[in-house]
Design a protein around this ligand. Structure first.
Ligand code: ADP
Length: 542
């Protein structure tokens, strides 16, 4: 027997309408490329979104069409992330840091009909423009000089908007209609497209606003330092709008982030660990009053326990470490402390927080081996992590599900190797592809990196496997040193690692670099490191 409740489609329109009706006075601040801070409220956002939905439709954008953005995080980008799905089309934020050839391939696969470009990214876009075939290019945040240089086919955003009516009502009846297309970061292969639905994004938004997850409320001021192209900014903008929190877009402008935290009273900020490592010296100086900042949401890469300790103990900011994937919209697990963990020492608590955490409500996780046997949750057995949830992909864009990525019983194979303990805390050992196989044994780069980062002379570290005639592969460490130059650093680091790892795990070689290459979303770029090392082996670098 069917129940008698309303069949109320879960769409993004509900999030937008709620933000307008209930939280219309709450604010969106954006640091613009010209350094000016732009501020307006959700009421204005709402009206402009309706105008934009009309304008897109007038220009020929039809339901289901893909509409790309090539932009940093600003209010216009938020307007697009609302208006495009509101009009039934599919928003596709492009990763502005990918190479033009890779982007051209993605735009062709996505078959983007329109593209909106941020003036701050105009230079990168000029290398892409002739490689793609989008009917219309619409620019925002451009200066007068750029405005004069716009080609015949290009349109200026404010002009585009001003010609449209703000009377528009969204009419999406099917909650399974697609609303956004995001590609994975491409850390260990070609980026793959994930096509979110209204329903999956709505449920993800509710799920992340649980107290134990982002825990956003109307009292919060949220600073997402995560680009929109990284799984819709980890869902933070939509979650903030639904909760009625203010939003602060700091763009990629690192120099101004700490000022902005102080000026706008940010309470929750989110970003990859690299961002928090970079900002630490400035935050430590505490020239500005950052006492409003209560919580960091960190993920995308392992957050070392040493960094958690500094933020929690020295700066008094709670760290919430999350694990997720583009395929999961992206939130999967969160490392918050259970009631049973409250009596532990701070050091023990930081160790737990450095794990990737327990599945959030709505997410199921399991471990499996190559024979597809489910493995025990004993905190020791390593297996492939598999996941299921209403906000997890069941296939990639324009691809049928294959056994490489999806199991026959409908779970996503994450490609991550992990353990799960009896309390449900999951810990990533490494990506399956990154594991180093040496003499038939496995070595985890992440485990070595975590211990290297605990050494006071090390600012950043990455470990990769390089081929070796005798052993198949051997670990090699790349390190960035703290300002003081240390003699015999290789020997010191070998001794440091020897206390926690078997002899065959210890890297034979340590390469000192000024900076470790990062991907477009700030993750350690092991491909680029490998190229660097190959170049050095050919005598080109060291
Ligand atoms: P890509 O797989 O191309 O990097 P994503 O940005 O979707 O694209 O990354 C998802 C992957 O990032 C996960 O499968 C996992 O390997 C890694 N990851 C995400 N969060 C964490 C974390 N907290 N700790 C360790 N690895 C993480």
């Amino acid at each position: 027997m069917l129940g008698t409740m309303m069949n109320y489609p879960l769409t993004l329109a509900q999030i937008l309408e709620h933000a307008h009706c209930i939280h219309g006075d709450k604010q969106v601040h954006s640091l613009l490329p010209n350094g000016r801070l732009h501020t307006y409220n959700y009421d204005t956002l709402y009206l402009r979104v309706k105008q934009l939905a009309n304008a897109i439709t007038t220009l020929g954008g039809r339901p289901g069409d893909r509409v790309a953005t090539f932009a940093s995080n600003t209010y216009q980008h938020l307007e697009l992330c609302c208006a495009v799905p509101y009009a039934g089309a599919i928003i596709h934020p492009l990763n502005v840091r990918l190479a033009p050839a890779q982007l051209a391939k993605i735009v062709a696969e996505a078959d983007d009909k329109l593209i909106f470009v941020d003036g701050a990214c105009a230079e990168q876009f000029s290398q892409l423009q002739h490689k793609i075939d989008c009917k219309h290019v619409i620019f925002f945040n451009i200066d007068t000089r750029q405005n004069q240089n716009l080609g015949n086919l290009s349109i200026e955003y404010e002009q585009f908007l001003s010609e449209a009516d703000d009377d528009y009502t969204s009419d999406i009846q099917d909650e399974n209609w697609a609303m956004a297309l995001c590609y994975t970061s491409g850390t260990d292969g070609e980026p793959k497209g994930v096509l979110y639905t209204h329903r999956s994004m709505f449920l993800h938004t509710l799920a992340v606003n649980q107290a134990d997850v982002f825990g956003l409320t109307e009292l919060d001021v949220v600073m997402p330092l995560v680009p929109m192209f990284h799984a819709m900014g980890w869902g933070l903008p939509y979650a903030s709008m639904f909760a009625g929190a203010d939003i602060v877009f700091a763009n990629a402008n690192h120099e101004r982030i700490v000022d902005l935290i102080a000026e706008t009273g940010v309470t929750v900020a989110a970003g990859v660990p690299t961002v928090w490592t970079k900002l630490l010296p400035e935050l430590r100086e505490r020239k500005q009053d950052i006492s409003s900042l209560q919580r960091l949401i960190v993920g995308g890469e392992p957050m070392p326990s040493t960094l958690i300790e500094v933020y929690e103990e020295e700066l008094g900011v709670e760290v919430r470490h999350a694990w997720g994937m583009t395929e999961m919209s992206p939130t999967g697990t969160f490392s918050t402390l259970r009631s049973a963990n409250q009596h532990l020492s701070d050091t023990e608590k930081w160790k737990i927080k450095a794990m990737q955490g327990r599945p959030i409500s709505g997410v199921q996780i399991r471990l499996a081996n190559e024979n597809r046997t489910e493995l025990p949750w004993d905190g020791m057995t390593i297996g492939e992590l598999q996941v299921k949830s209403p906000w997890t992909a069941r296939s990639y864009y324009k691809n049928e599900p294959t056994p490489e990525h999806f199991t026959a019983d409908g779970w996503l194979r994450t490609g991550d190797l992990a353990t799960i303990d009896a309390e449900g805390y999951m810990q990533i050992v490494d990506r399956a592809k990154a594991i180093i196989r040496s003499g038939g044994e496995s070595i985890s780069p992440v485990a070595l990196e975590n211990v290297l980062l605990k050494h006071p002379s090390i600012k950043d570290a990455a470990v990769i496997g390089i081929s070796d005639e005798k052993w198949g592969e051997r670990p090699l460490a790349i390190v960035v040193l703290s300002p003081q130059k240390t003699e015999n650093i290789s020997e010191i680091l070998k001794q440091h690692l020897a206390t926690g790892f078997p002899k065959f795990w210890i890297p034979d070689k340590f390469v000192v670099v000024d900076e470790i290459p990062k991907t477009g979303v700030g993750k350690t770029d092991k491909h680029a490191i490998m190229e660097l090392i190959t170049a050095s082996q050919k005598g080109e670098l060291l």
